[in-house]
Design a protein around this ligand. Sequence first.
Ligand SMILES: Nc1ncnc2c1ncn2[C@@H]1O[C@H](COP(=O)(O)OP(=O)(O)O)[C@@H](O)[C@H]1O
Ligand SMILES: Nc1ccn([C@H]2C[C@H](O)[C@@H](COP(=O)(O)OP(=O)(O)O)O2)c(=O)n1
Length: 292
Amino acid sequence: MVGAHLGRLTRSASGAPRLYAEALRRDDIHPPEERTVVNAQDNARTTETAGERSAPRGDGIVIAIDGPSGSGKSSTARGTARAREMRYLDTGAMYRALTWWVLHNGVDATTADAAAVARLAAQPVITMGTDPTDPTVRVDGTDVAEDIRSPEVTSGVSAVSAVPEVRERMVALQRDIIAEARRDSGGIVVEGRDITTVVAPEAEVKIYLTASAEARAERRSREVRTSDIAATRADLMRRDLFDSSRAESPLTQTEDALELETTGMSLDEVIALVVKLADEASGEVVPSTGAV
Ligand SMILES: Nc1ncnc2c1ncn2[C@@H]1O[C@H](COP(=O)(O)OP(=O)(O)O)[C@@H](O)[C@H]1O
Ligand SMILES: Nc1ccn([C@H]2C[C@H](O)[C@@H](COP(=O)(O)OP(=O)(O)O)O2)c(=O)n1
């Protein structure tokens, strides 16, 4: 796997750097020049983005991964965190946990008014365990790791996560977890829909993970063991549309995130590539100087 020919960096129409799984040696892959690479030794630096809090910087780096449903964010983030001994944060699980809480309180998340969701979502204590070998999610102490994957939660989570008060609360919690990981560990891999844009725009590595709709639907169908790929695809498309068109922090691809198109890549290849980018960003590997 390591040393294999993995990808080719080009520019997308928007100018964003894009990585295709084709014919470039792993050793030739390096972060795009637009990306703000913050030296790991630059402890004193804080980054202020409009409306953002300052991010305290320790030795740990942050790898931010956004992308549509089924693109491989969770598996890639977890695998990378394990390989590099970093923490791991699945922010989607946090929105799912709040959606579970809303449903648990007898409210239909898809039809509830935003004020009712906001009121309910302010109540529970959400606790995230960030060990990539055993990530946990608790609502007021109850382990909800399994329940948050139910079809009911999946149907309601886009509506709940579009409520501004919900996002405000979750983003504050996510930034606290990130700050702690920077300070106390080798850093953290965070994945979701607004990590590169809102939660951690100062991240050393920013990736927009994609794959074709067909590949994503196939992956998800295999995961949930259904042969109805068309229904899975329709569900992914519905959620993608909702998540990328909402007013509050929609899923968007920015120019300074590396687009990683994974349709033809195995999970191991994707992880190896992200590990390589992280090694370079943390100064453990000197980027090669070959042309992109
Ligand atoms: N590059 C890949 N090739 C094949 N399967 C993949 C790849 N990346 C992820 N998968 C599989 O696809 C499914 C969805 O991946 P997941 O990480 O949950 O995506 P996301 O978090 O973006 O929704 C999982 O079963 C995962 O193992
Ligand atoms: N940072 C994030 C992460 C997830 N969300 C929302 C939008 C998503 O449809 C849901 C569920 O996210 P999750 O990552 O579990 O989604 P997948 O089913 O893995 O594709 O949460 C969000 O709004 N912002």
